[in-house]
Design a protein. Sequence first.
Length: 160
Amino acid sequence: MLEPALEDSSSFSPLDSSLPEDIPVFTAAAAATPVPSVVLTRSPPMELQPPVSPQQSECNPVGALQELVVQKGWRLPEYTVTQESGPAHRKEFTMTCRVERFIEIGSGTSKKLAKRNAAAKMLLRVHTVPLDARDGNEVEPDDDHFSIGVGSRLDGLRNR
């Protein structure tokens, strides 16, 4: 039963001309040649990040402000929500940022955005202030016209 198959296989040529030329044909000679080893390395998995908005692609003003005040030897910024307005589905927040005697106000549709805007304004303001001038270019409370007016009224009321 195998004999007729062997007779037919002797007439078979591994390089059959009926095959297209671009298909590789396996031959015994090809099996004898060594195959170069290929080292596959796994690349680190790609982390899926949410799309980055233009505002997020810039530096983080809250962190940048904190680094700047630490570098200048100042106290850390203090943030306070000063106002919430608008209906529940469309809130507007106002945040105050205080660094030493500087005060800046930022607003936004979230507390995070309001804080970020206040920090960005403060960063622009204190970035140019020299290390030793933090107390020199702001109005002293005694020199403030509002404080003087209120103080003189209080003194007038006490003398009555």
